[in-house]
Structures are given as structure tokens and as C-alpha cells.
Design a protein around this ligand. Structure first.
Ligand code: 5GP
Ligand code: MN
Length: 338
């Protein structure tokens, strides 16, 4: 498959590269790394991400040139979609991609639908950046410090700083090479984890106050509402990583963060349906990707998510009643400390 993709890249000139909305470090890092590489390979490259690009990833090279909208008549020979289990994950540009003669799907989500004309889908890859690295090697393009920093950031963030179950040998091997080629680990971690706004920390405080745990201790749940976001002056990007606090509690098998999304109607009563994003994290025993897929979302074995329009009470109820292997039966009632 890689050979066919290399062939397509050799034969064509204009390339659109896109990754998923509400991007994380892998979505941005892979996008920038592949974009810079294909430019060195002589291609005319447009980078797309509907955004918003979180402030903590703006230190990456050339994030300013990433477009969040395309002209209606934009046309490309090839579209490359990165880190997306479905084409729709890129947002509005999916319409442009559908009209593009060749679509290449590069991803590591186990729930990838296999869309596009050519695919490299490797659920064992620690990050899409790992697959992008391999493609760069095949293309024979020299990795400079900008590309190395982008690849390093993708792997560093998607493995939770080499802590999550997707941390494989390649993560260390590639990051070792990226550091030799100019990636600065301290600079990356300082930008990604050491430059939070005070508001973001205050949002974390609000979220921690909502933690509930099931009677058997296997399920933890947190809630973030739009009221908390406005009170703290925070954006969706400030929510990234908060769920890991619920996941860290001893004996927890699955952590859930229910995040109320914007354009919930202001004057609707709290009991009316609102749009929510639900994040799921497992600690090895629960396949959260398949749970998310049942709700129309997707992700990885240990980290997944879905969107749902409902009430908070209904979402909590649905989660408490999930049938999940040996963990299911006692999810039952939640205990709140507050
Ligand atoms: P998060 O919970 O941080 O939003 O996402 C965790 C993982 O699940 C990420 O890899 C993300 O790409 C994936 N994911 C989150 N929401 C969705 C969704 O609505 N659809 C799909 N297909 N994947 C999702
Ligand atoms: Mn990823």
C-alpha cells in the first residue's frame, strides 16, 4: 500500500492535507510534518484544520498557514486525511475531499472505516505521527528540525508522555531519532504542558469538584458545563487532558467526562436536550472504542469519544447501564464526595 501511495504522490502535484477538528498534538504534528515533507518533495501543499488550533500547539512550525476554511471551488489532485477514523472528522472540507480524484487515509484508530482510495491504517501505531514518519522515510526526504519537532510532538502527546498503553518501541526509537535531528524535548513539554492559562487551571478545579465514582469504584465520571466554561473564561481546547484525573483514581476501569458543547440554547431549561461530547478512557480492561462506536463515535481501545444530544441525566443513566464485559454489573449508583 505504501508503494502505491508513493506512486500517487510522485505522479501528482497539488496536495490537500487535513486532520480532525478540535485537534490534538498528533493531529497538528502529523499535519505539519507531512506538509513540510511533501513540500521538500516538490509538491504544492495546502494544510487544513478546521481548528481551533489550541494555543499550546502554536509553537509548532508554520501553524499560521493552516487554513480553517477552503474556497468553495478549491481543487486538489490528492487529499491526505490524517488521524481521522471517518472522513467527516475533518469537518466542512470533507466536501472538497469527496471531489478530489485521489484520497489517502492515514490513521491509527481501531474504528477507522477504511474510507478513501488508499489507506495506511495501523491500530498498533502509537500515533499517526509514527505512520507519517515511516512514510517520510519511504519518500527519502531528509528530516529537518521543524519536521522532527512536529513528529516528536505527535508521539509525545498521543502517548501521554510515554505513559499510555499505546507507548511502543517505535515511540522511543522514533523520538530518539527526532531528538538527534533537532527536536528539543524540554521545549516541547514546556509549550504543551507548562504554558496553561490561569483560567485553564481554574476550569480543572471546577471539573475536579464534579467527580463521582460508582459504588464498586470501577467507574469515575466528571461533568463540564458551558456555565463553568464561561465562569472561568475557557474554551474547548482547555478541556484536553482533564479526564486523566478521573482515570488516575485507583481501581477505576473506565473514566467518563461529559462536556456540554457550545450552541446549547441559552434559555433552554437544564432538563432539555443539549449537545454534549462524551470522552471515555479505559485502564486496559474495557474496550472504550466499541462503546463510543455504539454511540456513533470512535477512537482507540483505551481512549475514545462521541457526540450526543441529550440531557445530562439521560447520558449519565446510559453510561451507568452499559454492559461492558466483566466490569458491567456493578457500575450502578454514583457516590459523590461533594
Ligand atoms: P477525546 O475524548 O479526547 O475527544 O477523544 C479520544 C479519542 O477518541 C481520540 O483519538 C479521538 O480522535 C477519538 N474521538 C473522539 N470523539 C470522536 C467522535 O465523535 N468520533 C470518532 N470517530 N472518534 C472520536
Ligand atoms: Mn492520534
Amino acid at each position: 500500500m505504501k508503494e502505491q501511495i508513493i506512486q500517487q504522490l510522485k505522479q501528482n502535484k497539488t496536495v490537500l492535507i487535513a486532520s480532525h477538528t478540535s485537534p490534538d498534538g498528533d493531529a497538528i504534528g502529523s499535519l505539519i510534518a507531512l506538509g513540510l515533507t511533501l513540500e521538500k518533495f516538490g509538491k504544492k501543499v495546502v494544510l487544513y484544520n478546521e481548528g481551533p488550533i489550541p494555543a499550546v500547539y502554536r509553537f509548532l512550525p508554520q501553524t499560521d498557514r493552516v487554513l480553517c476554511a477552503l474556497e468553495p471551488d478549491a481543487f486538489f489532485d490528492i487529499a491526505i486525511v490524517l488521524d481521522c477514523s471517518t472522513l467527516q472528522r475533518i469537518g466542512a472540507a470533507a466536501e472538497t475531499v469527496k471531489l478530489t480524484p485521489v484520497t489517502i487515509n492515514i490513521d491509527h484508530h481501531v474504528t477507522n472505516t477504511g474510507f478513501g482510495d488508499f489507506q495506511i491504517i495501523d491500530a498498533k501505531a502509537c500515533a499517526s505521527a509514527e505512520i507519517v514518519y515511516e512514510l517520510i522515510k519511504k519518500l527519502g526526504v531528509a528530516i529537518d528540525a521543524a519536521i522532527a519537532t512536529s513528529i516528536y510532538t505527535g508521539i509525545f502527546t498521543d502517548t501521554g508522555s510515554f505513559r499510555f498503553a499505546n507507548t511502543n518501541l517505535a515511540a522511543f526509537a522514533i523520538c530518539n531519532e527526532m531528538v538527534q535531528l533537532g527536536a528539543d524535548p524540554y521545549c516541547v513539554s514546556k509549550n504543551v504542558y507548562g504554558a496553561y492559562s490561569l483560567n485553564r487551571i481554574k476550569l480543572l478545579n471546577q471539573a475536579l469538584d464534579t467527580i463521582e465514582i460508582s459504588q464498586d469504584g470501577k467507574l469515575s465520571m466528571m461533568v463540564l458545563t458551558q456555565a463553568m466554561m464561561s465562569k472561568t473564561g475557557t474554551q474547548s481546547e482547555d478541556v484536553e487532558g482533564i479526564i486523566n484525573y478521573a482515570r488516575r483514581i485507583e481501581d477505576v476501569k473506565m473514566a467518563v467526562l461529559i462536556h456540554e458543547l457550545k450552541n446549547g440554547h441559552k434559555h433552554k431549561p437544564a432538563c432539555a436536550p443539549h449537545p454534549y461530547h462524551v470522552s471515555l478512557r479505559g485502564n486496559g480492561n474495557v474496550d472504550v472504542a466499541s462503546i463510543a462506536a455504539d454511540f456513533g463515535g470512535g477512537g482507540h481501545h483505551d481512549a475514545a469519544g462521541f457526540n450526543i444530544e441529550s440531557t445530562l441525566a439521560d447520558i449519565k443513566n446510559k453510561i451507568l447501564n452499559l454492559e461492558i464485559g466483566d466490569v458491567n454489573s456493578e457500575f450502578g449508583i454514583l457516590n459523590s464526595e461533594s
